[in-house]
Design a protein around this ligand. Structure first.
Ligand code: B12
Ligand code: SF4
Length: 480
């Protein structure tokens, strides 16, 4: 027996996707689709964010009904959960529905109870599991799946991780479109994006982080692909901007340097963005090579300006180290995004608000602040449960009697508006144009031409959310 036509579906719809979300392909789903090659006659990969006729659910369901005999769906995020469940429930019952992804792994029971049409949920990494499914291996023998048996849900044992070098890279020819540069949903310039995963896991164990701890509580030990295989993949890509979506790209400095050397040697001209730890500042030679190879932006987990919070999070550095590291980093023409966490256990409002000031002091270009999340297997769970007055929502959001969810949200906006002043936007543009040279002259012109539409779309969005006046006041008058 063999399936004829498998559909691999990223079910998130364009209008609701935020700007960063629009830039990158659904890496996990693409890996799973690539593994399915050769085991089914035809593969269709559809990312609904790319638009096209199948963004219309009626057309999509018609296509599934007429052409497809197995549907494999990725549920990776909290967003649009209701809509996705509704869509899955409309897939004809005779067609098997397989669901996988980060969120699906977390919400196995909920998905089964809400979506009677789901046949199997693949927990954790799916490359090997999908092969067993497509080979019609008996369900009870497939590691890493959950399935229905009468009124019960059966959870088979977890699947051990596969070695990274054995995992086949995504096949970009399966895509139906390009990931183009868009801001707030508006296509800005002819700049395209792609993502490359050069390693899995992370060698560190920061206490709040569930990056390499999958929703089953399994820790993915750090494993990296060879420099050659990474650069071979990069060299095949059409996109100009490549996100190295590893949890921590520079974890092995020598390997990262080898990758940079190969990029330089092969004269690959791309713009790279990578997620990294602050420790990269200890390696000036690597930083120089990274700049030469085309690294334009680094996304760095700083988390907090406060030593006691950094210690609580087991981050492995203190405020002094952050300041010292940024003194080094600011010598390089690289754009820095600092990730911060606020609403930590015991953190006061004043301490949270200091994030904006601190980020300015150290010279971060942009910040992304998130409330502390405590997921099912987070090592911080015990502390949160033990600390009086603290609670965790079923989505993993931490709040307290002192700072409710809404109060934390307000504090988050205050931090954002203290940092993003009009001067900051000018600085961001200046750095991108003249220092990191992220954009070419033509692209800058296109961004400028698109800017009235972007500003208008932001205004509409803020108005829809009923906070336009407040945002304008906080940006231009007073952020209190
Ligand atoms: C790179 C990355 C990003 C990139 C985007 C990458 C992309 N391609 O879209 C950027 C930087 C933009 C980003 C943004 C955000 N991210 Co992010 N990101 C990651 C990171 C580090 C890697 C993702 C990745 O490529 N994984 C590798 C692939 C291979 O794994 P995977 O996606 O899980 O897929 C495997 C399985 O899930 C399964 N699978 C997946 N789909 C399917 C489908 C089927 C049918 C089957 C069988 C199996 C299957 O098989 C896949 C292959 O093994 C992860 C952490 C991590 N290590 O996973 C966080 C992570 C995904 N991000 C997370 C979050 C919270 C965010 C943000 C919301 C942060 C924020 N507050 O702004 C934003 C979201 C943007 C938005 N607007 O919604 C969370 C998601 C938690 C959740 N689901 O609730 C994660 C898990 C980190 C964490 N633990 O907090 N992110
Ligand atoms: S926060 Fe960063 S360095 Fe720490 S464990 Fe997570 S991915 Fe690794």
């Amino acid at each position: 027996m063999r399936y004829h036509h498998a559909l691999f579906l990223n079910p998130y719809i364009e209008e609701n996707a935020t700007s960063t979300m629009m830039l990158f392909p659904p890496t996990g789903l693409e890996y799973v689709a690539a593994s399915a090659k050769g085991l089914v006659d035809k593969i269709t990969l559809l990312d609904l964010r790319l638009g096209g006729e199948f963004a219309d659910p009626e057309k999509l369901l018609g296509f599934i009904d007429q052409h497809v005999d197995i549907v494999c769906v990725s549920v990776g995020w909290d967003r649009q959960f209701e809509e996705i469940c509704r869509l899955l429930n409309r897939i004809p019952k005779r067609i098997p529905v397989i669901v996988g992804g980060y969120k699906a792994t977390e919400k196995v029971e909920e998905l089964f109870s809400r979506c009677p049409h789901i046949n199997m949920i693949v927990r954790g990494e799916g490359e090997e599991t999908i092969k067993d499914i497509l080979r019609f291996k008996p369900m009870k023998e497939i590691l890493g799946i959950s399935y229905r048996q009468g009124n019960q849900v059966v959870h088979n044992a977890n699947r051990p991780f596969s070695p990274v070098e054995s995992i086949v890279c995504p096949d970009r020819s399966l895509r139906t479109g390009k990931y183009a540069f868009s801001l707030n949903g508006i296509k800005v310039a002819n700049l395209t994006f792609d993502a490359v995963l050069s390693s899995r896991g992370c060698p560190f164990n920061c206490k709040f982080c569930t990056f390499s701890l999958n929703p089953l509580g399994q820790k993915r030990n750090y494993e990296a692909r060879s420099a050659k295989s990474v650069v071979d993949e990069i060299q095949m890509l059409e996109a100009q901007v490549i996100l190295l979506s590893d949890d921590n790209f520079f974890a092995i400095p020598q390997r990262a340097e080898d990758i940079c050397d190969l990029i330089i040697k092969r004269k690959i001209k791309k713009r790279f963005v990578a997620q990294t730890r602050l420790d990269i500042a200890k390696h000036p030679r690597l930083l120089e090579k990274a700049v030469q190879a085309g690294f334009k932006a680094l996304l760095i987990g700083i988390e907090s300006p406060h030593d006691w919070i950094l210690a609580q999070l087991d981050k492995g550095f203190d405020q002094k180290t952050i300041r010292r590291s940024f003194a080094v980093l600011s010598r390089y023409p690289i754009f820095y995004n600092g990730y911060f966490i606020y609403g930590n256990i015991g953190e006061t409002e004043e301490e949270m608000l200091y994030i904006a000031q601190f980020a300015k002091e150290i010279g971060v270009d942009v910040i992304a602040c998130n409330k502390l999340r405590i997921e099912k297997f987070s090592p911080l769970k015990e502390l949160a449960e033990k600390t009086q007055g603290y609670h965790v929502t079923d989505k993993g959001e931490l709040y307290s009697d002192m700072y409710s969810h809404a109060a934390l949200k307000k504090i988050g906006r205050k931090i954002k508006f203290s940092f993003y002043t009009p001067g900051r936007y000018i600085r961001i543009l200046w750095k991108n144009i003249f220092i990191t040279k992220f954009f070419t002259f033509k692209e800058i012109l296109l961004v400028l031409l698109a800017s009235p539409r972007i500003i208008w779309s932001v205004i509409l969005k803020e108005r829809r959310r009923g906070r336009l006046k407040d945002s304008l006041r906080r940006t231009f008058i007073r952020n209190d």
